[in-house]
Design a protein around this ligand. Sequence first.
Ligand code: FAD
Length: 472
Amino acid sequence: MKKIIVWFRKDLRIHDHAALFEAAQQGCIIPVFIWPSEQEFEYADSIAAKWSLHQSLISLRQNLAAKGIPLIIRKGNIQKELLQLIKETSADAVFYNRCYEPFMVQSLFEIEIQLSKSKIEVQSFHGNLLYQQFNILNKNHEPYKVFTSYWKRTMQEHVSTPYAIPKMTSTLATLPASLEIHELQLLSTNSLESRLDQHWEIGEQEAISHWTEFLEYGLNKYERYKDFPSAQATSLLSPYLVWGNISVKSIWHSIQSHEIQGPSTETFLRQLVWRDFAYDQLIHFPTMPIKPLREAYNTFPWEGSSSDFNKWKLGQTGYPLVDAGMRELLATGYMHNRVRMVVASFLVKHLLVPWTEGSKWFTQKLIDFDVANNAMGWQWTTGCGIDSAPFFRIFNPVAQGKRFDPNGDYVRQWIPELKNLPQKFIHKPWEASQEILALAHLELGKDYPFPIVEHNFARKRALQAYNLIKKA
Ligand SMILES: Cc1cc2nc3c(=O)[nH]c(=O)nc-3n(C[C@H](O)[C@H](O)[C@H](O)COP(=O)(O)OP(=O)(O)OC[C@H]3O[C@@H](n4cnc5c(N)ncnc54)[C@H](O)[C@@H]3O)c2cc1C
């Protein structure tokens, strides 16, 4: 019987797993997860993402063990570890689902050459996105640059039917060496971790029951409330999609076959397609996480100070909506999408700190850190990406607060020092009189900062900077 290594990466599940399913049909399987040295370096400070990976591996190992299959865990150079495992197990083939992180794509190229030299069969499968990106090109056979056109084009494509959980066999008499999950040292002693435990339960079963509940009770309210951070009306699926606890194709099909269809359905599906669009960009422009897609932005006159950057990180800018978002991130590893846009815009446009710095902070703190979505989000907000927000649209954090957190519930949740302020001043405490501040037990400059930059001044300064690159 053929021995097939199933190489797990960002697809830590057993449902709708193309490589696992096909391998199980063709032979006996040897599942392996390798924590690559490159990723270990890149994720050195990514406490939340690594915590989530740790939980996802526990879940995958349990699910495979329940089928009688042990998960082999390794770390180090991917090529070396794979070749070593092939030698130890006399495997005939390696099957995997495609991933699109630039370092993965690069190392795969070399691995496939090595494996074919050793006469090892290699098969890759479409698995972690809705569509096969290389098929989604415009009439000129180029990648799409506008989301609406991309969305319309994807509507003509079929999302392949999810795979069932396969029957699996393993015939290995002696098990190859495996690390214990804790030996990957994904957990740190940072206090964020204990808070992550309180907010998230990560794993395949958890992802499926979380999704089933949202589909049943949350989806119909999505369209109406998704932009209001205190409404908790979004799916919170992103932490489960990152390591593939749940398959995006299964989500798509369960929506399509759900009896209730309405405006929320299409809006939600569009969001999932934004995720594909982000990967489409990453595939075609692999430097996207570090370089602006619009070249003119290479010479953008950033002048932000490290002191302002630190205040932003800690939620001490004096703008309540921005600070609430940054504190939510520190406390939970998550931030609502609307607030992500506001805090990112504030960093880049009000403080003139490079978007790459903000993106690095998100890489470290987000439980749903995703290289494609994060890069697209930052480039979109900065205005240097494909189909991005025009630079002259500069979010006013007070106006955004009034519109999307009208009662100030979100601000009060994350900034307890402002909890007694009347609604009228919750997004602009500096306009409250001394009397009102005293009644709210708030001393500005002591309990909560004054704004670190004045909005109109910041807006003008940002537009001047923008004009400089427009002229260049
Ligand atoms: C500056 C910035 C950085 C971001 N960084 C990340 C990141 O590292 N990881 C990440 O998953 N998302 C990122 N996003 C996109 C978005 O904020 C999150 O996907 C969303 O908040 C996740 O919450 P949810 O699952 O409840 O979303 P829902 O609204 O319920 O959407 C469902 C799913 O659709 C996808 N989706 C939704 N909005 C977007 C979007 N704008 N772009 C791409 N996919 C989307 C996600 O996979 C999400 O889980 C970023 C956005 C910005 C503006």
